[in-house]
Design a binder for this molecule. Structure first.
Ligand SMILES: Nc1ncnc2c1ncn2[C@@H]1O[C@H](COP(=O)(O)OP(=O)(O)OP(=O)(O)O)[C@@H](O)[C@H]1O
Ligand SMILES: O=C(O)C1=C[C@@H](O)[C@@H](O)[C@H](O)C1
Ligand SMILES: [Mg+2]
Length: 168
């Protein structure tokens, strides 16, 4: 199947770029954070508050592993790479693209991490989260697109070029 799944740190722009990419390609757009909220009938922060860190990951894994889509750009939540079953499924239904941005740029872009619903363990900082997740994003990526210094338009252009190259 020819879906395109976007993975990467929170705030890197998966949802923002995803919807524009879908429009350009004539694809559908699916934001798996919104799908979680719909299926659970709760906001993400409520799930995290009520189920805890691991409880949220179980929900995230189940919802992402059950996505049935075709010709769809799927914007995932930043923590999906902890969900082994979900990642195996997403890799089997299309191309996984890691949207990469430096820690410095992410720190400038992100405000309050907890307020944004980022899954942080006790004492964890953006820096340690970045170090923990980077190898996972790299492990699952079919393609890596570096967003550094690019506005939305330039990021999209590079993403389209990279996808074209891969299809050759
Ligand atoms: N290329 C870009 N340059 C500058 N700002 C950007 C760019 N892409 C997205 N943004 C901004 O960064 C913020 C986060 O974007 P977005 O919500 O799409 O991230 P996300 O990767 O979907 O995060 P999450 O994992 O939390 O869902 C938004 O305010 C968005 O406008
Ligand atoms: O990166 C994260 O830890 C998260 C990002 C959001 O998109 C949500 O999926 C959730 O709030 C966790
Ligand atoms: Mg998003």
């Amino acid at each position: 199947m020819n879906n395109i799944t976007l993975i990467g740190m929170p705030g890197v722009g998966k949802s923002t770029i995803g919807v524009v990419l879908a429009k350009v390609l004539g694809y559908q757009f699916l934001d798996s954070d919104l799908l979680i909220q719909k299926q659970e009938n709760r906001r993400l922060w409520q799930i995290i508050e009520e189920e805890g860190y691991e409880g949220f990951q179980n929900v995230e894994n189940r919802v992402n592993a059950s996505i049935e889509a075709e010709n769809t750009v799927i914007a995932t939540g930043g923590s999906v790479v902890y969900c082994e079953e979900a990642m195996k499924h997403l890799k089997s239904v299309g191309t996984v693209v890691y949207l990469k941005l430096s820690l410095n740029s992410l720190a400038k872009r992100l405000g309050n991490l907890k307020g944004r619903g980022v899954l942080l363990r006790e004492g964890q900082t953006l820096e340690s989260l970045y170090e923990e997740r980077t190898p996972l994003y790299e492990k699952y990526a079919d393609i890596v697109v570096d967003q550094e210094g690019k506005d939305l338009e330039a990021s999209l252009e590079l993403l389209l070029e990279t996808l074209k190259e891969k299809a050759k």
